[in-house]
Design a protein around this ligand. Structure first.
Ligand SMILES: C[S@@+](CC[C@H](N)C(=O)[O-])C[C@H]1O[C@@H](n2cnc3c(N)ncnc32)[C@H](O)[C@@H]1O
Length: 333
């Protein structure tokens, strides 16, 4: 076992709750849209530490650039949004579905704005607030627990808003946009990156359908949108000046967004994502579960994440899916 073997789940939730959270997640999946809030909370209770361990504090993809590190690509993807919404010191901004706050802290540092994170996951809210304090940013970065379909904030209380791969979890895109619209002041800009099936996706193709379902299952998503759903939803919510585009096309050809999920044996950290590393991880988890050194359900959770990774890579290679469909829109004056 590698010296730095780490058991992320045991830190995330109490051992006795893991199997229960997992079965809650699987049950809620079957009920789909009505259970989106339960599904997403159970999911992030289970996988937040896995994500942090394997990916870092920013839970999103980025178009890769030759010569740029993974962290640099993530940061430039975040700054692109900061620029799009015209961030300046003194502005009050909403980060919808803020995760543990990697993007929030990076954008706040770069642009000097005050950012309020919104997140439905209590576990992530606690972590995000602690990291903000530790980073010395608590005066400008705060976190609010709540649902983006019912944002706990006054109308017209933000100067701008962004979302990074959070609204794929929305069971009703237009309803989520309408809430964002409500809390923005007139003239404010909202931008983000959503997960979409591209026009190359063919719902009549069984392979495509299976891949889409794998992405939904492995990522706690109700149903993945199409490009037109995004622009139509923004328009229906009242936004104007809508701009959209697939930022996956901005990646250099050798570094597509899904490259980090393909795994390479070059570093200890990426080892668990290689086929060999997965075998080791599964074997280790099976043994550890047997001797109760990790909670029951740990292996099943790592398998859910493997389905997610395999489906995302397959979709990326076929070009039928993007996790970075850019959208920008303005609330009329
Ligand atoms: C893929 S993560 C992205 C997190 C963050 N934007 C980042 O890039 O690091 C999706 C986030 O959306 C949050 N989320 C999902 N459904 C939500 C809802 N209904 N209301 C608020 N937040 C939600 C999750 O808890 C999670 O933090």
């Amino acid at each position: 076992m590698p010296a730095e073997f780490h058991n992320p789940i045991s830190k995330a939730i109490r051992p006795e709750d893991t199997a229960e959270a997992l079965s809650k997640y699987l049950r809620s999946q079957q009920r789909g849209r009505e259970e989106y809030a339960l599904m997403v909370q159970a999911f992030y209770d289970l996988i937040t530490d896995f994500y942090e361990y394997g990916w870092g504090p920013s839970f999103h993809f980025a178009p890769g650039k030759d010569g740029a590190s993974f962290e640099e690509a993530l940061a430039s993807h975040q700054y692109y949004l900061g620029k799009a919404i015209g961030l300046k010191p003194g502005m009050k901004v909403l980060d919808i579905g803020c995760g543990v706050g990697g993007p929030q802290r990076s954008i706040a540092r770069k642009f000097g704005a005050s950012i309020v994170g919104l997140n439905i996951s209590e576990y992530q809210v606690g972590k995000c607030a602690a990291y903000n304090r530790k980073a010395g940013l608590a005066d400008r970065c705060s976190v609010l627990r709540g649902d983006f379909l019912d944002i706990p904030a006054e109308e017209e209380s933000f100067d701008a808003a962004y979302q990074i791969e959070a609204l794929p979890h929305a069971p009703d895109k237009t309803a989520a946009y309408a809430e964002v619209f409500r809390v923005l002041r007139p003239g404010a800009v909202f931008a983000g990156y959503d997960w979409c099936m591209t026009p190359l996706y063919d719902d009549g193709n069984p392979e495509h359908r299976e891949i889409r379902q794998g992405i939904e299952y492995g990522n706690a998503l109700p149903q993945i949108a199409s490009f037109t759903d995004i622009a139509d939803g923004l328009r229906a919510a009242g936004f104007e000046g809508i701009e959209t585009g697939d930022r996956a096309r901005d990646a250099d050809p050798g570094t597509p967004w899904y490259r980090p999920l393909e795994g390479s044996a070059r570093s200890l950290k990426s080892l668990p994502r290689t086929p060999f590393g997965r075998k080791i991880t599964s074997a280790v988890l099976r043994v550890l579960e047997g001797v109760r050194a990790v909670p029951k359900g740990s292996l099943a959770i790592s398998e859910v994440l493997n389905v997610a990774a395999d489906s995302l890579v397959a979709a990326g290679r076929l070009g039928i899916f993007t996790p970075m469909y850019y959208h920008k829109a303005r609330k009329p004056d």
